[in-house]
Design a binder for this molecule. Structure first.
Ligand code: NDP
Length: 245
């Protein structure tokens, strides 16, 4: 099953590191014109060195004004991957309003804002499109010290379903991927340094390993592509069977 995106314009957020970086590179290899949005300029510089055809867009999604002008500047988009995400680990009784707001702003508010701008263009052009929001298994399964993160990903799942409902008549599909632990910078920070945390998590995965970045990239590309033409409003688990246990 070959997936090609020739003639399509794609925007990937959080494309400087981890999952988003590999999504941007793979979509580029599959023929898309790729706009890679991220916060750290050096990450974008090294991405462009690797793939000289990718267009870098430096933007902090925490800033709504900067986000508006950055996303509007890229022009019409056919394929959107809202991948940028952050986490903050605090026991429930110690969750600060500041940390909660920061996580919600990137993981939920920015996804809504970026998607609104992109989807309005899709509706106006009448061309349809496909949006994948990178959620997490943490939207479905409570994890200790993950109040802000679990809440944000739960909100992201249901927001994606509302988007699917309202945008479907405009031929715009909206889905999420929901991975368990991936050992990116974020995964290392949360799970990598502490076997007492990662061990029980791993033990609950029937396939006996954590998710590779490539596994998530493949799921995202499938959902973006016409191979998933009748899929919208879904939350696709990428978790080695965790939810089956
Ligand atoms: P990384 O931390 O490795 O990469 C995240 C990327 O998003 C970085 O390039 C980062 O840029 C960018 N980003 C973060 N905040 C902003 C912002 N305010 N503005 C612009 N860009 C921003 O994370 P992952 O690749 O692991 O995660 C990608 C997605 O996958 C996230 O939504 C995450 O919640 C989700 N996920 C991750 C899992 C895991 O175990 N790793 C499991 C399940 C889901 P910078 O470094 O410059 O801040």
């Amino acid at each position: 099953m070959e997936i090609r995106f020739d003639g399509k314009k794609a925007l990937v957020t959080g494309a400087g590191k981890g999952i988003g970086r590999d999504v941007a590179k793979t979509m580029y290899k599959c023929g898309a014109e790729v706009f890679a949005l991220s916060r750290t300029q050096e990450d974008l510089d090294s991405l462009v060195q690797e793939c000289p055809g990718i267009h870098p867009v430096q933007c902090d999604l925490a800033d709504p004004e900067a986000t508006k002008s950055a996303v509007e500047s890229v022009g019409p988009i056919d394929l959107l991957v809202n991948n940028a995400g952050v986490t903050s680990l605090q026991p429930f009784l110690e969750v600060t309003l500041d940390a909660f707001e920061k996580v919600m702003n990137i993981n939920v508010r920015a996804v809504m804002q970026v998607s609104q701008i992109v989807a309005k263009g899709m509706v106006e052009r009448g061309t349809g499109g496909s949006i994948v929001n990178v959620s997490s298994l943490a939207s479905k399964s409570a994890l200790k010290e993950h109040t802000s993160y679990c809440t944000s990903k739960g909100a992201l799942d249901i927001m994606s379903k509302v988007m699917a409902l309202e945008l479907g008549p405009h031929k715009i599909r909206v889905n999420t991927v929901n991975p368990t632990v991936v050992m990116t910078d974020m995964g290392q920070k949360v799970w990598g340094s502490d076997p007492a945390k990662s061990g029980p998590m791993l033990a609950r995965i029937p396939l006996g390993k954590f998710v590779e970045v490539e596994d998530v990239v493949h799921a995202i590309l499938f959902l973006l592509s016409d191979k998933a033409a009748m899929m919208t409003g879904t939350n696709l688990p990428v978790e080695g069977g965790f939810s089956a246990t």
